[in-house]
Design a protein around this ligand. Structure first.
Ligand code: 6PG
Length: 473
């Protein structure tokens, strides 16, 4: 049999779910896994769908099972496993056979792989896939990078398996080389930030207002009916309501406060720094995960400063304040993410479709939310304008920024850590400062390094009266 329209290598959770999704959409799919003993179990899990799935124990047989020109999705761990898999596969393929890396690749690696493929004259795509296991099975959000021809070749399959927003597929070509994986990386940076903002508000309710997990869950459920409607708020409500099967306690209270990470949030922060794009909420979220992991340090800190925190701010804040603070924080965090995407687009000559990025995130992905539709509209009007100053979001911020300030100030006053909320506020206060204090920085730079500065009253590079003076003996 050599008639599978597409192949999937890697039958971990994501690969297995993606292969089933492809078969569920009527395509014949060939699968292979390095540990071949996984294949029969997978075919059994696939049930009726296995009619359209052919499992192959060897790479050779897998390749032979595909219709030509071949299209092969790799769903293997990001990094060197992808390169090893490509190296093993390429000698078995024809020149027009295409490899599609669907893992969470670092976009620099996708760029390199795209360059190598271009040099060898073979097609390659790097696609970012979001939505976790459920998304992979029933409709993920897909962000494609590579040549437009490569994308067009498999677009019908990727669109069919993707999530749909009002019938529109959430699978979009983003641009050449690493563009798709870059957009996915920023998605994850925003994911970190959105999660952290929610976690901080949860912390205010838990530690500052003495609320039980179930009550907090009910608040999230309510918010999910309003402006904050989103997958992350929805699941936050669900996890807060859930009980531990062993102890009967709220499961949240049984989970150790030490967060893991695979690194995509960190990559976003690193790329933002490289591009000079301010993303303080994302950076705060990465920092918070790192600090959460440093549990021993936190325990010794809590020991050394036992009375650093007050737990009585219940009277100072309302649920409306917290909701509005989260609205403001969310807008500011997305404004930073899109600003970063815009800068990366210009720097790399990608011409990223800014409104389409907001659109591809409306369904299927982890950060899907009602607000993304409004963002796509704001970005259609002016793709390069910071979302915070787009009229619709500026009005929302005017209504919610006072609450963000109140929540941040109250939490800080009580010694509660709210790094992402604070970073959002500091970003807003800087963004709205017609006059910052960078004149002091420029003066300092000129004083110690003769770096020169611009003047407020005329053009050109100037020096202060100190030039040469302090160097005299
Ligand atoms: C997605 C997610 C996913 C990510 C996990 C874990 O869009 O489906 O972003 O790709 O890998 O959520 O990420 P961390 O381990 O870094 O939290």
């Amino acid at each position: 049999m050599s008639d599978a329209e597409i192949g999937v290598i890697g039958l971990g959770t994501m690969g297995a779910m993606l292969a089933m999704n492809i078969a569920d959409n009527g395509f014949k799919v060939a699968v292979h896994n390095r540990t071949a003993s996984r294949i029969p179990g997978f075919l059994e899990e696939a049930g009726d769908l296995a009619e359209r799935i052919s499992g192959h124990e060897t790479l050779d047989a897998f390749v032979q099972g595909l219709a030509t020109p071949r299209n092969i999705i790799l769903m293997v761990p990001a990094g060197s496993p992808v390169d090893s898999q490509i190296a093993a596969l390429r000698p078995l393929l024809d020149k027009d056979d295409m490899i599609i890396d669907a893992g969470n690749a670092n976009f620099h690696e996708s760029q390199r792989r795209a360059d190598e493929a271009a040099e060898a004259g073979v097609p390659f795509l790097g696609i970012g896939v979001s939505g976790g296991a459920e998304g992979a099975r029933f409709g993920p959000s897909i962000m494609g990078g590579g040549t437009a021809e490569a994308w067009d070749r498999v677009a019908h399959i990727l669109e069919a398996i993707s999530a749909k927003y009002e019938g529109q597929p959430c699978a979009t070509y983003m641009g050449p080389g690493g563009a798709g994986h870059f957009v996915k990386t920023v998605h994850n940076g925003i994911e970190y930030a959105d999660m952290q903002l929610i976690a901080e508000v949860y912390g205010v309710m838990r530690d500052g207002m003495g609320m039980e997990a179930a009550a907090i869950g009910a608040v999230f459920d309510g918010w999910n009916e309003g402006r904050l409607q989103s997958y992350l708020i929805e699941i936050s409500g669900k996890v807060a309501a859930a009980s531990d099967l062993e102890t009967g306690n709220p499961i949240l209270d049984m989970i150790l406060d030490r967060a893991g990470q695979k690194g995509t949030g960190r990559w976003t922060a690193i790329e933002a720094q490289m591009l000079g794009a301010p993303v303080p909420v994302i950076e705060a979220a990465v920092m918070a995960r790192n600090m959460s992991a440093a549990r021993d340090l936190r325990l010794s800190g809590a020991d050394a400063f036992p009375a650093a925190r007050s737990s009585d701010i219940a009277g100072a804040l309302s649920m409306k304040d917290l909701e509005a603070a989260l609205v403001a924080g969310k807008i500011l965090c997305y404004a930073q993410g899109f600003d970063l995407l815009g800068k990366a687009s210009s720097e790399n000559g990608w011409d990223l479709p800014m409104p389409a990025i907001a659109e591809v995130w409306r369904e299927g992905c982890i950060i899907r939310s009602a607000m993304l539709n409004d963002m796509s509209q704001a970005l259609s009007e002016a793709p390069e304008r910071n979302l915070a100053v787009a009229p619709y979001f500026a009005d929302l911020l005017k209504d919610s920024i006072a609450a963000l300030r109140k929540v941040a100030v109250t939490a800080i006053g009580a010694g509660q850590p709210v790094p992402a909320l604070s970073a959002a506020l500091a970003y807003f206060d800087t963004l709205t400062s017609a006059r910052t204090t960078a004149n002091m920085l420029q003066a300092q730079r000129d004083y110690f390094g003769a770096h020169s500065f611009e003047r407020v009253d005329r053009d050109g590079a100037h020096h202060g009266p100190w030039l040469g003076q302090h160097l005299k003996t």
